[in-house]
Design a protein. Structure first.
Length: 236
């Protein structure tokens, strides 16, 4: 099985995704929020690229969620903090979500055979689901401000480590994948601290979201794996 890791959404192109399984990773915070929402019983999460798209697709009973540059979008029901997406708020409701990087990465991955959403929160379950789809895999790190984000790289490395334990044959990794696996192995005992000192982590802390950074650093909190069916992310 071949596994490629893409460093940021700007590096993604359709040609790299054909006939493959894409895993979209935006640890801080879109993919973590999507996992949390579905774990809390949301009927589905529809990733859209713009605020206008979200408003246009909104139907009675839907929730609007998302952020721009870390802050909740004015007039939306929810921001991009995973803890907001709890059972009391989202159970059995459809969520229209737009974020600065994560939902854009999902939109760019539509040509893949399968699109999953991965995070530290569901890494083991996500790796297993991707492996069982029996396609070569592309892990797309959404990044931050159009650049590589260390938290996404660590998550990519964790996914690779989990895939290695599942595979009966050695994984064929690209050079960036080899580097991300090494990053995870080097920082596996200090993941929370690494997220806190990363650019995105520091920015979120300044905006008052330090708890989100801590929350998103937990490994394997959930077994739910979001998969794209049509335009909607649901549980596998």
């Amino acid at each position: 099985m071949q596994v490629q890791v893409i460093s940021s959404v700007n590096e993604a192109c359709s040609a790299k995704l054909y006939h493959k399984t894409a895993i979209i990773v935006d640890v801080l915070r879109a993919s973590s929020t999507i996992v949390a929402a579905l774990a809390a019983g949301a009927a589905g999460v529809i990733p859209v690229e713009t605020v206008m798209d979200a408003r246009a697709a909104h139907q009675p009973g839907d929730l609007l969620g998302g952020e721009r540059f870390g802050r909740k979008i004015p007039g939306f029901d929810l921001g991009n903090s995973p803890e907001e997406y709890n059972i009391e708020t989202v159970c059995n409701r459809r969520i229209l979500l737009t974020t600065t990087n994560g939902t854009r990465a999902i939109q760019k991955s539509m040509r893949a055979d399968h699109v999953l959403t991965g995070s530290l929160l569901n890494a083991s379950a996500c790796a297993k689901a991707a492996y069982e789809l029996r396609r070569d895999i592309v892990i797309l790190c959404a990044g931050s401000n159009d650049e590589f984000a260390v938290e996404d790289g660590i998550c990519a490395g964790l996914l690779l480590e989990r895939l290695r334990t599942l595979s009966t044959a050695p994984l064929e990794l690209d050079d960036f994948g080899v580097a991300m696996l090494a990053l995870y192995n080097d920082r596996s005992q200090h993941i929370a601290q690494t997220l806190q000192i990363g650019t995105a982590g520091k920015r979120l802390a300044k905006l008052g979201y330090k708890r989100d950074v801590e929350w998103c650093a937990e490994i394997d909190r959930y077994s739910e794996v979001p998969i794209l069916r049509g335009d909607t992310l649901i549980c596998c």
